[in-house]
Design a protein around this ligand. Sequence first.
Ligand code: MG
Length: 308
Amino acid sequence: MTIPAGLPATVTIRDVGPRDGLQPEEPVPVAARVRLVEALIAAGLTHIEIAAFVSPKAVPAMAGAGEVFAAVGPREGLVRAALVPNARGAQLALEAGADELTVTISASEVYNERNVKMSTQESEGSIAEIARLADAAGVEVDAVISCAFGSPYEGEIAPVAIAALAGRLVDAGATSITYADTTGMATPRRVHEVLGAVSAGGVVGERPGLHLHDTRGTALVNAYAALQHGIDRFDTSVGGLGGSPFAHGAGGNLATEALVAMLDDLGVRTGIAIEPLIEAATIIEELVGRPVPSGVAHHGPRSRAYRS
Ligand code: MG
């Protein structure tokens, strides 16, 4: 089939389920987390945020991050990302062999203070320090800008301010930028405004990605709006779990299988097989002990409706 004009032919998906999805949950054993990662790899995911190197006291569900990395091990064609909050976390992640570090900073000053107890300026300094460590190890750093599509504290944040922050992060050594809708405030209108500003600021050359949340049921339509801007990199979470335990108003992430099902239907390649991916959603459902919020996980893709 012909891909609608303007959409990318292929999309890279980073599944953040083992980190973002499990982080706010009751801790599950390392072996179970490894099983989830293996299921995602089996489904064709080539980019997975495997764990966060954070204080196990603050985030008990991420304890044993190094063990998860050791069990999964380096593999040809697989990017194993680690979320790191500071230089100490970066050192641990690099020692564990992470292929990519993800760091977060908020476009919202208030959110940043509440989430990481630092001003955004301090966070920028911390990211520069992390980027130096990563660069010395030959590892990429993706800076995730949270609240890029709105903040529950400040409301609208000027798109030019988001683009300016992205530019400073690239100057600080970030090798890519991901724009995150942390509290589910994005709409297609806002996606067009932010990506328009980013594109005008020239930061689009850094292959921007989007991290969407489905708090208000707009995640997929926002993804479609981003595809129209040529965005070909998305963060999603298998089963649609996740959301920061510290973020007021956070809902689940866009489900990986929801995005893959839509992209399959559009003829946009992901390299991910939908049915094995739904198997992985079943695993995360087992791990958290309740049904996942994703409709595609329960009903399958559209094609299943006429096959059975
Ligand atoms: Mg998230």
